[in-house]
Ligand binder design. Structure first.
Ligand code: PGA
Length: 281
């Protein structure tokens, strides 16, 4: 909701626009908080299909994002970033899906953080479980990637989460502590306003299975305790793994939740719009 104050000064009418709580019939109505939606398109689509999907986002999601106040972060294939950034007009943010752990040099096939910034990115995912598993990215590599992003003023979206075996052996908190501590070591001097941390149980990604809400709340509480004493920017907590039209309702009221990281559903614009609308007032 927007509240406008008109103020006459020197025969000119100045208009100040400030956010204020919505009111109906003189009574305050409750307003859900604005959330982050991170759309991870992975390698689902070709270059041309990435560009076409982004155009669909602009047509079908821009007004939803504007009216809800949510933040939409799009992570297309790196090959499509230049085209998208040059044609972009909607109030969406762009993100890389990963970046190099080095600033530049003889690292065939890598994408450096400076290029991501020059390509219009504000954010970049690091530590996604698919990178940890298929590309053997360790906690230390993820920390160096985050460091490269911070050096360029980009905001890391740090993915953490336990495997099914680790969950079964009650190691969830230990794994999260290990993954997060590695990254927090490098971000003390950061000037970014906040960090996004996505809790993504590896077993929930693409499986259709969700953790219980109380399990996510327990992990979020643990992360808050872990990061509380550290001199790092504020943390925004996201959940990721099998979020779609039917599952989002179960987790959208999770305590301390600041948003979702969405994979497969984010390439189906209608389904994704329904997810975003389900979290809107
Ligand atoms: P999913 O992927 O939404 O398809 O489960 C989430 C992710 O990998 O981040």
């Amino acid at each position: 909701m927007i509240c406008q104050i008109f103020f006459k000064m020197l025969n000119k009418v100045c208009v100040f626009t400030i956010p204020c709580a919505p009111k109906r019939m003189g009574k305050k109505i409750s307003m859900k908080k604005a959330l982050f939606f991170v759309s991870n398109w992975k390698m689902y689509l070709s270059y041309q299909a990435n560009v076409a999907l982004y155009q669909q986002y602009e047509k079908q999601l821009a007004s939803t994002i504007t009216t809800t106040g949510h933040t939409l972060i799009v992570c297309p294939a790196v090959s499509a970033l230049a085209t998208i950034t040059h044609t972009k007009s909607a109030p969406f943010y762009l993100s890389g899906q990963t970046c190099a752990a080095y600033s530049h040099g003889a690292y065939t096939g890598e994408t450096d953080a400076q290029s991501l910034r020059e390509l219009g990115c504000t954010y970049c995912i690091v530590g996604h479980s698919e990178r940890r598993v298929y590309h053997h990215e360790t906690d230390e590599i993820v920390a160096h990637q985050a460091q490269q992003l911070l050096n360029q003023g980009l905001i890391p979206i740090v993915c953490i989460g336990e495997t099914r075996e680790e969950k079964k052996s009650s190691q969830t908190h230990a794994v999260i502590a290990r993954q997060l501590t590695a990254v927090t070591k490098v971000i003390h001097a950061s000037t970014v306003p906040y960090l996004l941390v996505a809790y993504e149980p590896v077993w929930a990604i693409g499986s259709g299975q969700l953790p219980h809400q109380h399990e996510v709340e327990s992990v979020f509480g643990f992360i808050r305790t872990l990061t509380h004493a550290l001199n790092i920017p504020p943390i925004k907590l996201l959940y990721g793994g099998s979020i779609n039209q039917s599952t989002v309702d179960y987790l959208k009221n999770t305590k301390n939740l600041d948003g979702f990281l969405v994979g497969k559903t984010s390439i189906d614009v209608a389904a994704y719009k329904a997810v975003i609308q389900a979290c809107s007032w």
